[in-house]
Design a protein around this ligand. Sequence first.
Ligand code: GDP
Ligand code: MG
Length: 218
Amino acid sequence: MVVQDKPSSRQYGKTMDGNHHKAEANILLLGALNVGKSALTVRFLTRRFIGEYGDIESIYSHIDKIDGREISFNIWDSLYPQSCETTDSISEKQLQWADGVILVYSICDRSSFEVVRQQVQLIRQSGKLSANVPIIIVGNKRDLQHQRAVSSEEGRLSALSADCGFFEISAAETYHGVLLVFHELLDLIRESRAVKKGVTGIKGIVRSVSAVFGKKRE
Ligand code: GDP
Ligand code: MG
């Protein structure tokens, strides 16, 4: 029996049949305005740092080869809403779409760190399947040490307490740090898929038993 995921996510190739999981990862970038979400995205896609990116929201596709295997990254470079209640700074659609999340703050901007803390809570407490999505917290603009407003320790502790990965990087200075973030997230996504597969197996059995007894579920 093949158990399939909800139709809304099936369009992104996320069927629960393990074979379809091979080579696609939907990565959502969140965080306040001006922290470097677009800089990170463009660095990963082109290896370059341009400087000014404008306020564009977009989903990019990028094929990479890791350990000889092709992997297709879909990257949603989001825009933090200008005026928002923190409760709606992340949409349902974004969370349903994402296989993994990168939460970015600037080490020079304390309020952007608070935004990340709120967003991580929002995701973890959403009470849905997406509450367990792999997350990496990134402190960007590491090159601006003299303007630092958030210590590395504080960043790392925050990440640790919410079961997230953590990196401090400078999208402006190096490509390598950015690459590490995406590759680490891919590893976490793979791990979480392996776990999910086990869980879905049980769900599938429950579903088929319900079908036999004619109960309507979901
Ligand atoms: P977004 O609003 O989160 O997408 O932020 P952007 O990617 O547009 O970047 C905001 C500003 O910060 C731009 O002027 C970037 O050039 C700058 N910026 C991004 N990353 C870095 C970094 O690592 N170091 C420094 N010094 N500036 C950065
Ligand atoms: Mg941007």
